[in-house]
Design a protein around this ligand. Structure first.
Ligand code: ZN
Ligand code: ZN
Length: 601
């Protein structure tokens, strides 16, 4: 921030604090009341306008600091600028956080509207979290896969915000910094983990695919000869820089760091702090872990009842084992035989989406904007390897863009792996997956978030709220009767929900308590009833990420608690649709903040 801006802001703050103390004058009663009302309204309007100005200024500087976030949100003005992962850049970002935290500390939050208060809190949370990430967590030093240029180029290439030639010129400009980028990345690495080093190498194929696509698009564009030649040279340099980074990482694997690899387990202290920064739950990481253990016991109990109810129909004459876990497992195994054929996976997903929309409309659960396109596609190669399915939504400034429902294709996997995956996403679970990822889960929630008047809430969305809503929507749909209220559907639901619960338990036990690979896989297959393919994938994910796996259960538990509280407060007045509409209207704010706003009488 320049000095000019600093001055402008302090003036703004002085104005803000002045307007907060209203002069009380002795005058005639009625007139005084009117005048007071007017003054109060005026002061409120002034405060709102001042906060809006401050927020706009913050965002303007935030885009400058982080052009990649700007692009992800749909703003491409700074697309030509590739941020370097170097010390100077990190220090500049830290100064930016410090300066704004100091500025925001002077705002009298309790004088703002509820909506502005949550915006303020979200900005502060984000700045504090980013400062912690840079100063304490320091992932840039130990996670080589964090340094990857593919995302920004893919955004520029595949978002239709301007004519192709304009986008290619931005790409060409951006390519210039790629050699410096990978140089800085290499210098940042200090005792990485072996797992993230291998992940970085595996994901490079995807980055190369993006470079190849740029080359292809450039050839068929109307760029002039000189522009094409220039782009070609820059692409070659970028490719070489990527090769250099690959060679550096391969050399590390051949000759591991003298002090050994860093453990991918982040340990108790970092875990507690990261949970606090990312999840923003009133509970601590340890308390949430305890809550998940209790939820697991309860699910096992319900599942045992359902399995016993289903036994004669599903298992026939087979003798019942004495152990309830064994009975549950056998019924689930038998039911899992009902799944789509490998070549029908994408077709079946596409077939179900309109059915989900129709159900929600017929049962008046939520409003849907069916004009916004949802495209089911194969997960782009460079994003593969973390989860089976995901939603990729347009940024808040690009509300008319397509939303992608990414599904990792089965091609290239062994027959055994494919069968295992399809059994996991069997007839019932595939329906729940579609609810979770698409309607009324992530796709619907993000649509509502993009209609939210708050750019801040859409931008600094809370992961636990987002995942919590998707998990909540599964339960809500089943409660409304989707899937026919059959014991099969509920048994599979509990198995699926148990996955969210066990994600929380697994993450904590692996990162804090040192659970081994063998123990983790036994836990997932035996106590969460997962297939081997699912357990193998989850083990990879828990090595590459931390805390993220807890967001599903944390958010879900908080939303269920809020719904219960509102039912108590409103009694017979409580209606599901207005609850959903209001809940989603605050953007992706943390559930705790939404709770405060919704419980206001
Ligand atoms: Zn099969
Ligand atoms: Zn999700």
């Amino acid at each position: 921030m320049s000095d000019y801006r600093a001055v402008a802001l302090s003036v703004l703050l002085a104005g803000l604090s002045c307007s907060l103390s209203l002069p009380v004058q002795a005058a005639k009663q009625a007139k005084q009341q009117d005048a007071k009302q007017d003054a109060k309204q005026q002061a409120g309007a002034v405060r709102a306008a001042q906060f809006a100005t401050m927020r706009a200024q913050f965002l303007k500087e935030f885009w400058q600091q982080d052009p990649e976030s700007a692009m992800a949100a749909g703003r491409f003005e700074l697309g030509a600028k590739l941020s370097l992962p170097d010390e100077a850049g990190r220090n500049a970002y830290l100064r930016f956080c410090e300066r704004w935290l100091a500025t925001l500390a002077k705002v009298a939050a309790d004088q703002l509207t509820a909506n502005d208060q949550t915006d303020l809190a979200l900005i502060r949370n984000t700045l504090e979290a980013n400062r912690w990430y840079l100063q304490t967590y320091r992932e840039f030093a130990w996670n080589p896969s964090q340094h990857n240029v593919a995302g920004g180029f893919d955004n520029l290439l595949n978002t239709d915000f301007a004519p192709k030639e304009h986008r290619l010129r931005l790409i060409s400009e951006r390519l210039k910094a790629v050699p410096a980028y990978y140089q800085a990345a290499q210098q940042s690495i200090d005792q990485p983990t072996l797992e993230h080093t291998q992940l970085a190498l595996a994901q490079m194929a995807g980055t190369r695919a993006v470079f190849a696509q740029i080359q292809q698009e450039a050839q068929t564009s109307s760029l002039n000869k000189a522009e094409k030649a220039e782009l070609q040279i820059r692409l070659q340099s970028a490719g070489k820089a990527l090769d250099g980074y690959a060679a550096f990482l391969q050399a590390l694997i051949a000759h591991p760091p003298a002090q050994g690899w860093r453990s991918f387990r982040i340990g108790s202290d970092l875990y507690a702090a990261k949970f606090k920064a990312d999840i923003q739950s009133p509970l601590s990481a340890q308390e949430m872990y305890q809550k998940a253990l209790a939820a697991k016991a309860e699910s096992h109990q319900r599942m045992a009842e359902l399995a016993d109810q289903l036994w004669p129909r599903v298992m026939g004459e087979v003798a019942r084992p004495a152990d309830a876990t064994q009975r549950i497992k056998l019924v689930i195994d038998k039911l899992s035989e009902q799944h789509v054929q490998p070549d029908q996976l994408f077709a079946e997903i596409r077939r179900q989406l309109p059915q989900l929309e129709a159900w929600i409309q017929q049962h008046d659960l939520l409003s849907l904007d069916t004009r916004k396109p949802l495209v089911v596609r194969e997960t782009p190669e460079y994003e593969r390897g973390v989860s089976v399915a995901s939603i990729e939504a347009p940024g808040i400034f690009r509300p008319h863009d397509k939303t992608y429902y990414n599904v990792t294709p089965l091609t290239g996997q062994s027959a055994e792996q494919i069968e295992s995956t399809l059994r996991e996403y069997n007839h019932w679970v595939l329906q729940i997956l579609n609810i979770h990822e698409a309607i009324p889960g992530h796709y619907t929630q993000l649509q509502h978030a993009n209609q939210s008047p708050s750019v801040i809430k859409a931008l600094f969305g809370n992961g636990a709220m987002i995942e919590g809503w998707a998990v909540y929507s599964e339960r809500m749909m089943l409660e409304s009767g989707y899937g026919g209220n059959t014991p099969e559907m509920w048994l599979m639901y509990y198995k699926w929900n148990l996955r969210a619960i066990c994600n929380t338990i697994l993450d904590y036990q692996v990162h804090v308590m040192g659970m081994s690979e063998q123990e983790a896989k036994r836990f997932l297959t035996q106590e969460a009833f997962q297939t081997q393919a699912e357990a193998d994938g989850k083990w990879k994910r828990v090595q590459y990420t931390s805390v993220q796996l807890t967001s599903y259960f944390s958010g879900y538990a908080d939303i269920m608690a809020l719904r219960e509280e509102l039912k108590q407060q409103r009694g017979t007045q409580f209606r599901l649709k207005p609850f959903h509409e209001q809940f989603l209207s605050y953007g992706s704010a943390p559930v705790g903040m939404i709770r405060q706003l919704m419980l206001k009488p």
